[in-house]
Design a binder for this molecule. Sequence first.
Ligand code: NAD
Length: 248
Amino acid sequence: MTTAGPHVLITGGGRGIGRHLVNGFLANGAAVGVLEYDSDLCDELQQLDGCSAWQCDVSDADDVDLALSAAFDANFVPNVLINNAGIIHSEPLVNMLSRDDRVHSRAAWKRVLAVDLDSVFFVTSRVIDYLLARRQTAVVISISSISASGNAGQSAYAAAKAGVNALTKTWARELGPLGFRFASVAPGFLDTPSTRSALSETTLDRLKQQIPLRALGDVDHIWQTVRFLIENDYVNGTVVEVDGGLVL
Ligand code: NAD
């Protein structure tokens, strides 16, 4: 499969990495569908030639079913699915400097697991079921994180992304024989607005010294990896770290 021509469904394509992927696929002639929470971003995406957007909270199973029904009814049948929507959350397990609320918020735990992991299960299961009934196949790429290997201060996020990688491997084994392929892309630290709002300039400078390539990554590094994973039809169940060598 090449990146020119496919029907690509991307979750959270309104901004950041997802939006860069939307732009890349559109520039390569693909039809792009987006499931996006932010209705203003949905309106913006609808204006792009070749792009359709459905407002959807991908952490909500009913919302996912409704949005996907609308997409299928509009004859948008994806052969590439990118599970990208996610929230980054950092919080220590026990905040020893605090008198009250010392323990990691349970509400935050549930929200992060819902947006970053439940969503991948909700969207992928429905899309695969729809395609199987039509004897069609797809490549499913999920945007994970190097935090999946464990990262101090990110219990919920690390657990969610480890779960995403486990789903990639599980589905690669379960559905590979039926012609589906799965992969995860695990970015390290990218120079994106979400990274800059989460981490101070001082922290970023310290981090850069720990990265063998001494630089933050770029959204284009993720686009290049996604393109490779779509085009190389012998890759299945792999987690590709794109982190300048931070996790070795
Ligand atoms: P971002 O916050 O810039 O963009 C996320 C997009 O997803 C937004 O358009 C947002 O509206 C949408 N979204 C959020 N929750 C949603 C929901 N419940 N339903 C539907 N849409 C929703 O984030 P980003 O930095 O582009 O990150 C994208 C993915 O990459 C995430 O899964 C994140 O964990 C992962 N990641 C990012 C970095 C980084 O450095 N930016 C590093 C590692 C992994």
